[in-house]
Design a protein around this ligand. Structure first.
Ligand code: SF4
Ligand code: MG
Length: 325
């Protein structure tokens, strides 16, 4: 059974300037113990997808339709209170900038300890403290007993992100959503943090949704890839198959513009930019940037084409009738 199943999700923001349709029919699933990568340029709807799952859309954002089944229950029907229990208990998250997510006035060890106590009420204070220190050791913080008493600003960016991972994992979540978790870190630290996340989640059998614009990270970390463009999923596949044979022109463009993957060194960036949700092009939303665009692409949105259960592409090039007409 899938741990998470997102089906035909539509999310909009209601602003003073009108309704902005940020997600227009997003579907994907996450299996137990799997790392799913969601990729795309910024503005494609990756973060809105994770905020929809967590129901952290703020008072302007709203899920209009679709479902988000987690362990068989539809999260979109949960009350705020019930959802708060799910967040941080069963679904945890790590964001990009740890300095803004950590409380600057509370010692880092204490912040882990508080999360532990929140979720494991049966523990005594001393047990929670020991658990927190063990978590710090697990995420590779040297001299954990001593660092327990540090304030966030006394630690490096990489160490702070390790603290965030410890907090996120303190309650044994079944699903971890990591939104650009290493983007703010330099490359060496980035590698260490990703390696750490992979190791720990394998040990704890946690599933991950890894949101990133970096295909190099995807190649290293994930089991399956979902590519998003303009508020929808345009391709989905297992990671090896995806890199060996990307189908959607947008995926091909992303791969060609990633230096660590295209060894030939003929990097080409994708021309143009991601449309804003308010100015979504007609037909296939990628058509103004697509080198393969046909007449039909301008007026008709492509269907999802499936190859088995795991492989999907949303592009007219893969519809026999269109290709041969
Ligand atoms: Fe390009 Fe047409 Fe495919 Fe869209 S549907 S990606 S415009 S070929
Ligand atoms: Mg984002």
């Amino acid at each position: 059974m899938n741990l998470l199943e997102v089906k035909n999700l539509h999310t909009s923001f209601y602003t003073d300037h009108g309704v902005i349709p940020a997600l227009t029919g997003v579907s994907f699933s996450v299996k137990k113990g799997e790392v799913l990568g969601i990729v795309g340029e910024s503005g494609c709807g990756k973060s809105v997808t994770s905020l929809s799952i967590l129901q952290l859309l703020g008072n302007k954002g709203k899920i209009n339709s679709g479902s988000i089944h987690f362990k068989g229950q539809d999260l979109t029907t949960f009350s705020t209170k019930k959802m708060r229990k799910v967040r941080g208990n069963e679904i945890s998250m790590i964001f990009q900038e740890p300095l803004t997510s950590l409380n600057p006035l509370i010692r880092v060890g204490k912040q882990i300890e508080e999360t532990v106590l929140l979720h494991k009420e049966e523990l005594s204070k001393i047990e929670a403290r020991n658990h927190a220190i063990n978590m710090m050791k697990m995420v590779g913080i040297p001299q954990a007993e001593e660092k327990y008493a540090y304030y966030p600003h006394q630690l490096s960016g990489g160490m702070r992100q390790r603290i965030m991972i410890a907090i996120a994992l303190a309650c044994d979540p079944e699903l971890l959503i990591a939104d650009e978790p290493t983007t703010a870190l330099d490359v060496t630290i980035q590698e260490q943090i990703l390696g750490l996340m992979k190791k720990i989640t394998r040990e704890l059998d946690t599933s991950i949704i890894l949101i990133t614009h970096d295909l190099g990270v995807v190649a290293e970390m994930v089991d399956r890839v979902v590519v998003m463009y303009s508020g929808q999923v345009v391709e989905e596949n297992e990671v090896e198959k995806f890199f060996a044979n990307p189908k959607h022109p947008y995926s091909k463009g992303l791969i060609r513009s990633t230096p660590s993957i295209d060894q030939e060194d003929n990097l080409e960036s994708i021309k143009g930019s991601v449309p804003t949700p308010a100015n979504k092009p007609s037909g296939c939303p990628f058509h103004p940037r697509c080198p393969f665009a046909m007449e039909i692409c301008k007026s008709q949105a492509p269907e999802n084409m499936y190859y088995g259960e795991e492989e999907m592409v949303n592009c007219w090039l893969y519809k026999e009738e269109v290709k041969t007409s």
